[in-house]
Design a protein around this ligand. Structure first.
Ligand code: ADP
Ligand code: MG
Length: 249
């Protein structure tokens, strides 16, 4: 479904990614791991169009999307969450999720909100989709709350709901359990396992190795902007380069 071909990205001459290549099959879960500063978020940002790679191709269902703007990539069916929460605090939980649908088919939810008669039906449809996504992550009963009233763990779920609304083909999750306690981590772990069993395609940046081992079909290891290993969780776990990258950091 997704193929990265020798992706490179520099910041002010410093390489953050160097010729990273990997493939993600439809219906699989890929964990992207590596020490802090390895380039994991930069890679997610390049795939989702927040950043343009300096070199390389990103083929999504065949077409090269490298350098395309984020809204176009979202419209093609790639959803994402951010490492640092990007929730709009004054908007309601439901409105935050509706933002995930903004770019679909060129009809924004804002125009739906203007309640033009021809768009009423569309608005109902969008709200239903958003509520479904909230329900999936246990937030349906808080749909009318301002997002700022949510506890941190619920904000992380809100980001998940927004990433999954509208059934994207591929979802990129940048540290979905960062900052959560053990119980919340286990809960989101279960949700990710459920998404996997439903056939969703995920690329997941994650430090929690128990979670990685329990959900990943494939692990890609970055270190210093380079892909130093990829394979099954078992293969990667006994790879000497990986052990060195982790023990040496
Ligand atoms: P990770 O997510 O694996 O911790 P990042 O992708 O955030 O790593 O960062 C990779 C490298 O790129 C780091 O050295 C970081 O300082 C640098 N970097 C990331 N984003 C920027 C940016 N917007 N401007 C300059 N340097 C950046
Ligand atoms: Mg990061």
């Amino acid at each position: 479904m997704l193929r990265l071909e020798r992706i490179s990205k520099n910041f002010g001459g410093l390489p953050a990614l160097q010729e990273v290549s990997c493939e993600i099959a439809g219906g699989s879960v890929t964990a992207l791991i590596g020490p802090n500063g390895a380039g994991k978020s930069t890679l997610i940002n390049c795939i989702s169009g927040i950043l343009a790679p300096d070199q390389g191709a990103i083929r999504f269902s065949g077409q090269d999307i490298a350098g395309r703007p984020a809204h176009e990539i979202a419209r093609l069916g790639i959803g994402r969450t951010f490492q640092n929460l990007k929730v709009f605090p004054r908007m309601t939980v439901l409105e935050n999720v509706l933002c995930g649908l903004t770019l679909e088919a060129g009809k924004s939810w804002i125009s739906a909100m203007l309640r033009l008669p021809s768009l009423r039906h569309r608005e109902r449809h969008l709200r239903l989709q958003a509520l479904e996504a909230l329900d999936r992550f246990g937030l349906a009963d808080k749909a009318g709350w301002p997002a700022q009233a949510l506890a941190y763990g619920d904000r992380k779920r809100l980001e998940l709901a927004r990433a999954f609304v509208g059934d994207p083909l591929l979802v990129l999750l940048d540290e979905p359990v960062a900052g959560l306690n053990a119980e919340e981590t286990a809960q989101i772990g279960l949700e990710i396992q459920k998404l996997r069993s439903e056939g969703d395609t995920l690329l997941l940046v994650e430090h929690d190795m128990d979670l990685v081992m329990s959900v990943a079909d494939q692990v890609v290891v970055l270190d210093g902007g380079r892909c130093i290993a990829q394979g099954t969780p078992q293969e990667v776990q006994r790879n000497p380069l990986v052990l060195e990258a982790y023990l040496g950091s």
